[in-house]
Design a protein around this ligand. Structure first.
Ligand code: F6P
Length: 331
């Protein structure tokens, strides 16, 4: 570890945007790593909104005991419209100054990092980001905290849906989260043997669905799962199911929207470990004079990616994953 950045004595940490399982583990890691460097730590409650309102709480080692296994975020989270205004950010700065906080770790997704960028372009307090979202859709990192837990939640739910789908000979359209990103749907689809997967990044899945309905379903299968990411361009699970029902009245169709259950639950070991790796790395990055970067994981190695790049670029879907899904369902 290199020498400590002069001037950093107190850091703030907060969670922002949609919560994800493992955020508590990340706050714990940031807190403990900072304390190990003799820094003082303040948790900022309710994301940027709490920063604007001065809702700060001192975090000591025991304050983050027994939280690693808990879902949600004990600091709570918010999407703050006020922070998108200059006045809001000015209030936030005043509060950080009042508490003598000289560096901040933000745990969240794209929108949270955009807020950090706006703030650091106006004020001289460094921010480092940790990616936390169940969507795993961020540029520059293979992994975002919460994805593995959410994936396992979806797989467990769909396995149960498959039992009843099979018993009744029905096709279920299962909608999972992913307003702009389909990786959760894609991986959950592969892990549950879904017949067709609809994701926002791919446009032509309706043809695949027709193939399944006209060949696969009639000839060999008597039930099926169609996995749909909520942001899919075909309009979501209800709309696709309705169309199928109209065109194939002989098929029994049902829809299941998994919803926010995907965001909750005790984090998996994968999420706890990633959160801990990233939390420690975020504090080290601040101490090494980094600012406006996100801590990411690439091939299990910590990387630092400029926030500007993270918010400007899109993560692409691996063609290989799309192909294996097609191979498996082609026979
Ligand atoms: O960004 C994560 C995410 O879970 C998306 O997949 C989803 O569309 C969104 O959050 C929903 O968030 P909320 O209901 O909290 O607005």
């Amino acid at each position: 570890m290199s020498s400590k950045r002069k001037g950093i004595k107190k850091i703030g940490v907060f969670t922002s945007g949609g919560d994800s399982p493992g955020m508590n583990a990340a706050v714990r890691a940031v807190t403990r790593a900072a304390l190990s460097h003799k820094l003082e730590v303040y948790g900022i409650r309710r994301g940027y909104q709490g920063m604007i309102e001065g809702d700060f709480v001192r975090l000591r080692s025991h304050d983050v005991s027994h939280i690693m296994n808990l879902g949600g975020t004990f600091l709570q989270t918010a999407r703050s419209a006020e922070f998108r205004t200059e006045e809001g950010r000015a209030k936030a700065y005043q509060n950080l100054k009042e508490f003598s906080i000289d560096a901040v770790v933000v745990i969240g997704g794209d929108g949270s990092f955009r807020g950090a960028l706006d703030f650091t372009q106006e004020y001289d307090i460094p921010f480092v980001g940790i990616p936390g979202t169940i969507d795993n859709d961020m540029y520059g990192t293979d992994y975002t905290i919460g994805f593995d837990t959410a994936l396992n939640t979806v797989v467990e739910a769909v396995d149960k849906i498959k039992d009843t789908a099979n018993s009744h000979g029905r096709i279920f359209f299962v909608e999972v989260m992913g307003r702009e990103a389909g990786l959760l749907a894609l991986k959950a689809g592969i892990a549950t043997g879904s017949e067709v997967i609809f994701i926002p990044e791919i446009k032509s899945e309706e043809k695949e669905l027709e193939k399944f309905l006209n060949k696969g379903f009639k000839n060999k299968k008597h039930s099926g799962i169609v996995m749909v990411a909520e942001g899919d361009t075909a309009g979501g699970a209800f709309k696709i199911a309705e169309k199928v029902q109209t065109e194939h009245p002989e098929i029994e169709v049902r829809v299941s929207i998994l919803g926010h259950m995907q965001r909750g639950g005790s984090p998996s070991a994968v999420d706890r470990i990633a959160a801990t790796q990233m939390g420690v790395a975020a504090v080290e990055a601040l101490l090494e004079d980094q600012k406006s970067v996100m801590v990411g994981l690439k091939n299990d190695i910590i990387v630092l990616v400029p926030l500007l790049k993270v918010v400007k670029m899109n993560r692409t879907i691996d063609d290989n994953l799309l192909n294996i899904q097609k191979v498996i369902n082609s026979v």
